[in-house]
Design a protein around this ligand. Structure first.
Ligand SMILES: C[S@@+](CC[C@H](N)C(=O)[O-])C[C@H]1O[C@@H](n2cnc3c(N)ncnc32)[C@H](O)[C@@H]1O
Length: 218
């Protein structure tokens, strides 16, 4: 089959998403050799990953970030859930379109755009994709000191991210902007993937549910 006729496997993804077509498993195995042990034929006889295994899912996403985005060092604690790269990239492309709508239809790229992410998390995933796809600058805040340490470590371990992402600890869980931005600081957009919890009990329930789901027990 010619490459033009290759089926778009994930046509629901944004047109600029790098993962609209079937994953190139050979390339992914090359950048992440440990992934080999988690690839098996599925019920249709096609090579696939065991998506019910959190280790396999993390290795797949590390490989995607390495092969398609050039990020070689993406380490964060296993207690933090692994974000799926294609979905996070989609969000960045859609907000890029929002910026484009107020810029004569052209998506702005480079240093002139600064994005603030409230709740950057340990994986720093949205800034990573925003920097690699559009060259924007990012400020990432979080109330969790361990997440800030982890995000900073990722930034400092990847030359393409250094100097583009600043991670700042929010000391008050009740605040969003206060303590993060100085009065004269200007940003172009704010993004957030919020924790939708009204109490600690609800948060713990949500996190247990997510873990079960990521292991395939819905
Ligand atoms: C659902 S996670 C999102 C992590 C990452 N952005 C992602 O999409 O995978 C929400 C994050 O928001 C952080 N958070 C909660 N309240 C916050 C606040 N007031 N300011 C900054 N971060 C906050 C949490 O610690 C957590 O890391």
């Amino acid at each position: 089959m010619s490459s033009e006729k290759k089926p778009k496997e994930k046509a629901r993804l944004h047109v600029r998403n790098k993962n609209r077509e079937r994953y190139d498993l050979e390339a992914l195995k090359t950048v992440q050799p440990e992934l080999k042990g988690f690839i098996k034929p599925n019920k249709f006889g096609v090579e696939s990953i065991d998506f019910s295994n959190p280790r396999a899912v993390k290795l797949l996403n590390k490989a995607l970030l390495n092969h398609y985005y050039g990020i070689e060092n993406w380490e964060f604690p296993d207690e933090n859930l692994c974000p799926p790269i294609p979905g996070r990239a989609d969000y960045i492309h859609h907000i890029a379109d929002v910026l484009g709508d107020t810029n004569a239809g052209n998506v702005p790229s480079g240093n002139k755009i600064t994005c603030l992410e409230i709740g950057v998390g340990a994986s720093c995933i949205y800034p990573i994709i925003g920097v690699t796809e559009y060259g924007w600058n990012f400020i990432g805040s979080d109330i969790d000191p361990k997440s800030i340490v982890s995000a900073k470590h990722i930034v400092n371990s990847n030359p393409s991210l250094k100097g583009k992402i600043e991670c700042r600890l929010q000391k008050s869980a009740r605040d969003i902007f206060r303590g993060i931005l100085s009065p004269d600081e200007k940003i172009d957009l704010v993004i957030c993937n919020p924790p939708f919890h009204s109490s600690m009990e609800e948060a713990q329930k949500g996190s247990r549910r997510k873990k079960r789901t990521s292991r395939g027990k819905k």
